[in-house]
Design a protein around this ligand. Structure first.
Ligand code: DGY
Length: 432
């Protein structure tokens, strides 16, 4: 398939998933608006329909709570066959809740980064600045919420309270933390996530039970940020989440400069989070890790996310070299070999947790490849970046699905997956 054919198909999918208010992340599996999906989608849309891209961001920001929190799911049109249903979250009575039904927690803050990339498509400076001035204060308020609600002690690392916040739901990185939970009084719940996707490609039952238990736990605390931070049974300084926030702060800083806004607060976040991220480096293994804030221990699982600091320019040259040469290029871990054809498996192939078709436990994800592609270019690894870009385009040319089996590139997860299409458009536009 030619690049032009891939781009045509990507545009067609985004149009087909358009509900009028937002673009569905997947044609069947995800019928509502998701936070980081919307940011990727807006970036993709910006290459062929800038007005629609702006609308995607406006729709997302409609779900913002008065305290700044930007939820992970927005139910613009009420319930569907997706579970949890809007009322399951019991967020409506929260004093800060939005006017539309939403979930009670957030997702990786990649919006500022996608926004900055998207703003390049404005030909007219006045409308660019108008749009930026409209959305900037809202994104700033979201980042401020992170540093107050999720890092009240000022460590520079913000915490997640649920695996779904990471966007990497069933990554084995969270297994121990989940196993330490004692699920009791789990709310009544019927799983609907295996109606459109094979059970073998979705989270294991014991993990899902804990996802629901945690939602019930926070519901019982009436979604109060302060109590949640003190009592959360799952509290993780998620590496990639903080890396994404750090890059988003760099982008927000540039946007503040353009608007002539005060930059002191953002500069302070940048200093603190850089320092925090560097405490997650493990010299012996040559990798960065998440930290379980309930036990105070690093979570030493080899994942693609452990390489993500290159995306935000965190590691020194020497550390980046170790991440890339000892790990990303290691055929026993992430690089193709006789057992796998495609970069980048989300879990190292020699990990006992590696499952090549199960959601975040091994398959190749286009957004993960995209993040590492940007990081590799940042550190001057242009050939490897080119290879990862090429692998990603080869994968999507057989269809835009949620994730891909690294062994043969076959389709896994949700069909008609919007961010795979949106990020393919970005990969295509940004020829090396
Ligand atoms: C799901 O339903 O699996 C989503 O990832 C939750 O955000």
């Amino acid at each position: 398939m030619t690049n032009e054919q891939i781009a045509d198909k990507a545009r067609a999918l985004l149009r087909a998933n358009n509900t009028g208010v937002f673009i569905k992340p997947g044609s069947q599996q995800y019928p509502h608006q998701w936070n980081w999906d919307a940011a990727f989608v807006a970036l993709g849309l910006s290459y062929f329909d800038l007005a629609r891209a702006q609308q995607e961001i406006r729709s997302l920001l409609k779900g913002q709570w008065k305290n700044g929190m930007l939820p992970h799911i927005l139910y613009h049109h009420g319930a569907s066959d997706y579970s949890p249903k809007p009322e399951f979250w019991q967020t409506a009575s929260h004093p800060d809740a939005a006017n539309i039904p939403t979930s009670g927690f957030t997702q990786p803050p990649i919006l500022a980064t996608c926004l900055r990339m998207m703003l390049k498509q404005f030909a007219d400076k006045t409308s660019r600045l108008e749009f930026l001035a409209e959305v900037y204060p809202k994104i700033l308020a979201w980042h401020r919420w992170f540093y107050t609600a999720r890092d009240p002690e000022g460590s520079g690392l913000v915490a997640i309270i649920h695996p779904w916040e990471s966007g990497n739901d069933n990554t084995p990185r969270f297994l121990d933390a989940l196993q330490n939970l004692k699920p009791e009084n789990v709310p009544q719940f019927t799983r609907a996530d295996r109606a459109h996707v094979a059970a073998a490609e979705r989270p294991h039952e014991e993990d899902y039970l804990r996802y629901i238990y945690l939602i019930g736990f926070y519901r019982d605390l009436a979604w109060d940020d302060k109590t949640i931070y003190q009592q959360a049974p799952f509290l993780v300084a998620d590496l990639q989440f903080n890396v994404i926030l750090h890059q988003a702060n760099q982008d927000l800083l540039a946007l503040a400069r353009e608007l002539g806004e005060d930059r002191g607060e953002i500069e302070a976040w940048l200093r603190k989070t850089e320092e925090g991220l560097n405490t997650l480096w493990d010299e012996e293994q040559g990798l960065y890790f998440d930290k379980d804030l309930c036990t105070g221990k690093l979570i030493r699982i080899k994942s693609a996310q452990a390489l993500s600091p290159i995306y935000a320019g965190i590691p020194s040259r020497a550390r980046a070299k170790r991440l890339i040469e000892e790990h990303l290029l290691n055929p026993e871990e992430f690089a193709p070999d006789g057992k796998s054809r495609y970069f980048v498996t989300t879990i190292a192939k020699n990990s006992p947790y590696y499952e090549p078709r199960r959601y975040w436990a091994g398959p190749v994800w286009i957004n993960m490849n995209w993040l590492l592609w940007l990081g590799l270019k940042r550190y001057g690894y242009h050939d490897l970046a080119k290879t990862i870009r090429q692998h990603s385009l080869e994968l999507v040319s057989s269809g835009f699905v949620e994730y891909y089996d690294p062994r043969d590139g076959s389709a896994c997860g949700a069909k008609g997956f919007s961010w795979s299409a949106a990020l393919a458009l970005d990969l295509l536009v940004k020829e090396q």
